[in-house]
Design a protein around this ligand. Structure first.
Ligand SMILES: [Zn+2]
Ligand SMILES: [Zn+2]
Length: 427
């Protein structure tokens, strides 16, 4: 027997590029509604960004992590121009900020956005080639208050979703000066211990010593405990910045853990680095950092910025594992049963009248028999149905059918909206 493909696999589609299916719509709607509500409360402006950017933007943005670019970016062609599918949002936000002169609109600019992100990775339960992010960015300010504001907004977001045991971890990547000094300290510490760490760490040491800070092998963790931590090497101003962020987080009653291993591997992120996790998930639900050097490296313009992204699919999975039911409940609906071709036209008019008055209407006019239509309505758990046949069209009436009791009554078309609303409100 052919095995059922796992959710991240595909038959005709591309593995790791799943569609959003109707059965998950309550989750998606709740996540989007919650994100929108939080953005509004914290005054972030919505931006829709192009999913395709010039290849060179990402080329510049990867800095010292070039191998990631070659492995994971989806290249494209736009006319004669080399382009790529969105790898992350922050480059697009900066590009749009500069191209559209958004500094005149607001400075700093606080934005939120939502959309798919594309990475050509080995797919499994947690990593997809196309996944969705919801994010906040503040462009144009280096003040720690904005790092704090983003953390607070994200915490509100997770709280509104009713996720339990959300853990916030905060670290720092320092600046070009102290990040560099710490790198030397790491190299010196590990150089004499390469035979004691795992093979991956020994190999990574040559590529990028910061990678050793995230190894999960027990022996590597033990060696790391004795090693240098960045908090001891931050320069005065990076230290002050971190202290201010932690104070803001504390003042707002958000529990957090300082994490000395949350140091960026690249040289374009700086200072605040943070993530939100829940115990059920092996990977973070959201990740954020400051990236004051990015704009200079990519666009030759110095623009400080900070931002964070929520992995929508991961949040949804965490909700499922915690049995958090999505709160998004659709409105009660009425089912419109239509008998015979002649009644269709009149039915559409009445459905529209109901919809304009705010009543959600389901129909299955097609070619289905009345029996099949009633069955569908029952399967959908619908409580109230309307019946329209040729006779009713002629008489200017509609039949109301209580789906639970099966009791029917005839009402005048003029009273339709009123009667339907009365019954829906009585439920
Ligand atoms: Zn520094
Ligand atoms: Zn290791």
């Amino acid at each position: 027997m052919k095995q059922k493909p796992k959710s991240h696999e595909a038959v005709w589609g591309i593995a790791g590029m799943p569609d959003i299916l109707p059965r998950n719509q309550a989750y998606w709607r709740q996540l989007l509604e919650t994100g929108k509500a939080v953005s509004e409360l914290h005054d972030f402006n919505f931006m829709g960004l192009s999913a395709v950017e010039r290849y060179e933007i990402f080329e510049n943005a990867f800095g010292s992590d070039r191998d990631v670019l070659e492995r994971e970016l989806f290249p494209l062609k736009a006319g004669k121009m080399k382009a790529a599918l969105r790898f992350s949002f922050r480059e697009s936000v900066l590009r749009s900020f500069i191209d559209n002169k958004l500094a005149y609109f607001a400075y700093p600019l606080k934005v939120f956005y939502f959309g798919p992100v594309f990475r050509d990775v080995q797919t499994d339960e947690y990593f997809l080639r196309q996944f969705h992010q919801f994010g906040f960015q503040v462009i144009g300010e280096a003040d720690p208050i904005y790092d704090g504001e983003i953390i607070i907004a994200l915490y509100d977001f997770f709280k509104s979703l009713r996720l339990a045991n959300v853990v916030l971890k905060i670290g720092s990547s320092g600046c070009h000066t102290c990040h560099g000094i710490f790198k030397h300290k790491l190299q010196n510490y590990y150089r004499g211990r390469l035979k004691d760490v795992c093979k991956t760490c020994a190999r990574n040491f040559e590529i990028n010593p910061f990678l050793l800070l995230s190894c999960n092998e027990e022996k590597c963790k033990a060696i790391r405990l004795e090693g240098p931590i960045i908090f001891d090497y931050l320069c005065q101003s990076c230290n002050n910045h971190l202290k201010s962020v932690l104070e803001l987080v504390e003042d707002n009653g958000i529990p957090y853990e300082p994490d000395p291993n949350m140091v960026s591997t690249g040289d374009l992120n700086n200072r605040t680095t943070f993530e939100f996790r829940t115990p059920e998930m092996p990977y973070p639900l959201a990740f954020g950092c400051r990236y004051d050097y990015l704009s200079e490296a990519v666009f030759k313009r110095q623009i400080p910025a900070v931002g964070a992204n929520v992995g929508v699919e991961r949040v949804m999975e965490a909700m499922k594992r915690q049995n958090v039911e999505p709160r998004f409940k659709s409105k009660p609906k009425v089912f419109f049963l239509v008998i015979g071709d002649q009644a269709k036209k009149g039915a559409l008019k009445l459905m529209n009248k109901l919809r304009l008055s705010g009543v959600a209407v389901v129909e299955m006019v097609g070619k289905k028999t009345l029996k099949a239509q009633i069955k569908t309505a029952e399967r959908m758990g619908i409580k109230l149905a309307l019946l329209l046949g040729q006779k009713e069209v002629f008489d200017g009436t509609v039949i109301l059918r209580d789906m639970t009791s099966g009791i029917q009554e005839t009402i005048l078309v003029d009273k339709l909206v009123e009667e339907v609303k009365k019954r829906l409100n009585n439920e």
